[in-house]
Each structure stands twice: as structure tokens, then as C-alpha cells.
Design a protein around this ligand. Structure first.
Ligand code: FES
Length: 221
């Protein structure tokens, strides 16, 4: 018997329908991952059995199929947790780049250990295996965002901002673009052909448009 009734909010119902529409007729059960993510977010970071049963009914699939997915994928929680999910990558590249310090600062600042939630139910701290962003190690994964290129003080600043109810800017915390070298570009220094200024003759005849930036690399290139 259901003790925690669950149903999508109207807003999530609309999102769920949009996800379902992406799948061919008869294959709607394949939308289980995005729908399970919606359900977990709606329920404060974890999935009670009632939510899993609701999803099974919603997708017209056997309950066991839904239970299998929820218990297989590490990003789904089937026990109560804090709402904000903080995951520290501990695999070798992150470990070599200082994940011990990142984890220590998380534990100190939140006052909990790995696998625990804060008493106010706001934060849940976990260790994770490789998050696929090793070039920007060490990595902290908070809900839907990656925080990269961390050290102890940067990690503390992020956690304290979250505690104040803020959402600090995600991505590299050293300001580098994506996973480019920390000291700037070392390859592909020349403009690609499609960004080269046109030949002088073409400029004279007006058949080419001279770049407005004098041929300098575009920002972010
Ligand atoms: S080892 Fe941490 S992202 Fe790959």
C-alpha cells in the first residue's frame, strides 16, 4: 500500500510528455532515464518505491524493469538523501590532482562524511568513479553541474556559496576554456582557412569581405 503518494507535477508532466514524444510508437519505455531523473529531482533527490511504481505504470512497463534501472545506475537514490547531491570524483586522474583535499574540505565544510546527508536535509555527499572530465581534474559534480580544476580553497568557496543558497558559476575554476592547456594554446595557433583574410585582388574587386577584426582569432577560438 502506498504511503508516499507520487505523481508528476503539471510542469514535470509536460516535460515527461515531451520526452516520450522523442521515442517511436511502442518504445516509450526507453524514456525511463529522463523520466526517472525528473521524478528524483521532484522528490528531493531520491526515489521512493511509490515513485518507481508510478513510473512503471506511466511507461506501461513491468515494475521490475524500473527497479533494475534505479538500482543499477549510481545517480539514482532509492533511500532518503539530502536534496543537493555533491559527488567527489576519486578515480586516479582526480586523485593525482588533489581529490583527497577536495573531499576533506567537503567533509569539513558540510560536517558530514561520505555517504551521509546533513541534518537539515540539504546536502548529500558521495564519492564517485571517473566522471569523464579527467582533463579538468579534480572534479566536483553538484546536481547537474561540474566544477573543475579545483583545490581546497576553491572547493570551500563553492560549498559555502551553496550553503548560502547560491549557485556558483560551474566549469573550470581557473578560468581556462574547456580543457585547453592551463598556460594557453600550444597547437592550432594559425587561423583556419575559412577565417583567413581574402587575397588582396578579391578585396579590390569587392568579391570578398574583409574580416572586421583584422584577421585576429575570434574570441573563444
Ligand atoms: S578521474 Fe575524475 S573525471 Fe576522470
Amino acid at each position: 500500500m502506498s504511503t508516499v503518494p507520487f505523481a508528476f507535477t503539471p510542469e514535470n508532466e509536460a516535460k515527461a510528455k515531451a520526452y516520450l514524444a522523442r521515442y517511436p510508437e511502442g518504445r516509450q519505455a526507453s524514456a525511463i532515464l529522463p523520466l526517472m531523473t525528473l521524478a528524483q529531482d521532484q522528490h528531493g533527490g531520491w526515489l521512493p518505491k511509490e515513485a518507481l511504481d508510478y513510473l512503471a505504470e506511466y511507461l506501461a512497463t513491468p515494475r521490475i524493469r524500473v527497479y533494475e534501472v534505479a538500482s543499477f545506475y549510481d545517480m539514482f537514490n532509492t533511500k532518503p538523501t539530502g536534496r543537493i547531491q555533491i559527488r567527489v570524483c576519486r578515480t586516479t586522474p582526480c586523485w593525482l590532482c588533489g581529490s583527497d583535499e577536495v573531499l576533506k574540505v567537503c567533509e569539513e565544510t558540510l560536517g558530514i562524511k561520505v555517504g551521509q546527508s546533513t541534518e537539515d536535509g540539504r546536502f548529500y555527499l558521495r564519492e564517485f568513479e571517473c566522471l569523464g572530465a579527467c582533463a579538468n581534474a579534480p572534479i566536483l559534480w553538484v546536481d547537474d553541474e561540474y566544477y573543475e580544476d579545483l583545490d581546497g580553497p576553491k572547493t570551500r568557496a563553492i560549498i559555502e556559496a551553496l550553503q548560502r543558497g547560491e549557485r556558483p558559476k560551474a566549469g573550470s575554476q581557473t578560468g581556462r576554456q574547456a580543457s585547453m592547456p592551463a598556460g594557453g594554446k600550444t597547437t592550432l595557433l594559425e587561423l583556419p582557412p575559412y577565417d583567413q583574410p581574402p587575397p588582396a585582388a578579391a578585396r579590390k574587386s569587392g568579391s570578398g569581405d574583409a574580416p572586421q577584426d583584422g584577421g585576429q582569432p575570434k574570441s573563444g577560438a
